[in-house]
Design a protein around this ligand. Sequence first.
Ligand code: SF4
Ligand code: SF4
Length: 362
Amino acid sequence: MRCNYCYEFKRDVVNVNNQISSEQIEKLIERVAQLFPESHILWMLHGGEPFINGIDYYDKFCKALKSTNLQYNVDFKTAIQTNATLLNEKWIEKIAEHSDLLSERILSISIDGPKEINDLARVTLKGASTFEILEKVFEMLNKSQLKYTTISVVGKHNKDKWSEVYKFIKSLRPTFSKFIPCYNFDSHGYTEKLGITPMDYAWFMTQMFDIWIKDIDTDLLIDPFVTIIRKISGKEAKWCEYRKDKCEHFISIYPNGDMWLCDTYNQETMSQYANMGNIFLLSDDDLKTNLENPLSKCDYNVLYHHITARCRDCEYDKYCAGGCIPMRYDLMQKSHNIYEEYCNGRKFLIDYVKNAVNQTKL
Ligand code: SF4
Ligand code: SF4
């Protein structure tokens, strides 16, 4: 696929074209188990598109996790983030066969709304629709026992269509849906590639919240609503953007073996804050340190304290927790106004949900 808002293909061609072989990943899983006996680690397959390597690759990966769990008494699980366009009956059978490995957030499928919305953004290399493929995939999934979640990007293509998007996503019957903003800005802070502003996103979410909260006929859980309600109720959030401990819990391994904190970090401009070397070149001691204490290997703390300095005096901090660090850094570089609007959008959304919670005593 070549989604119209995606920056993946601007990235280093080494990362786009390389892949970690089955043998490499099997060895890596075993190596990590040897270094961390009795550990619990979630191995998330993320894109690009994780299913592009084929069923055998996925099968070997899952079998390696299972045999390592048995041999080393570790609890390794997996989660999948996919565009789902490659899924067919065979794939669904294979995913079901290994479903005992799937963690709570399970199989997450990207889709932005009904056909007329989704196909404005999520298209093939030649610009063709992906919607019909996805329709069939959801039909097959609903006939299977597999549970799945959805993730939708809120961008220029759907920012005024909260009602259509809500109804459509609900009709797909996911167990959970997450909506994330498309903050694509050029170097002067103007939106590009279906980008929207933080207030656009906040407005979309508040309008959807109104529909969701009045919908007595749904058990669909939606983020960011669930996360904000948890924070208001004094509970910890699962979404990293609303937690104090964030990027240090996510380590990305790129196809060429480079290890970074979360893949939201821009590889061209944020290396010193998040790059931890190449996993295939690290000694066992270094790999252990990287995984145990990733912040000792990069300057994340410097960035974190710089970006969150203003949060210390912010009355929303106990709910907001500072947002996404590299996202805010990127906005700060591009436009003071957008950087300010990021905070205003979060405050607006938090206040909106909080007021509704107070009124309805949720
Ligand atoms: S970079 Fe952003 S999305 Fe990734 S872990 Fe950190 S806060 Fe979360
Ligand atoms: S609203 Fe802005 S300043 Fe306040 S906690 Fe959130 S990110 Fe920090």
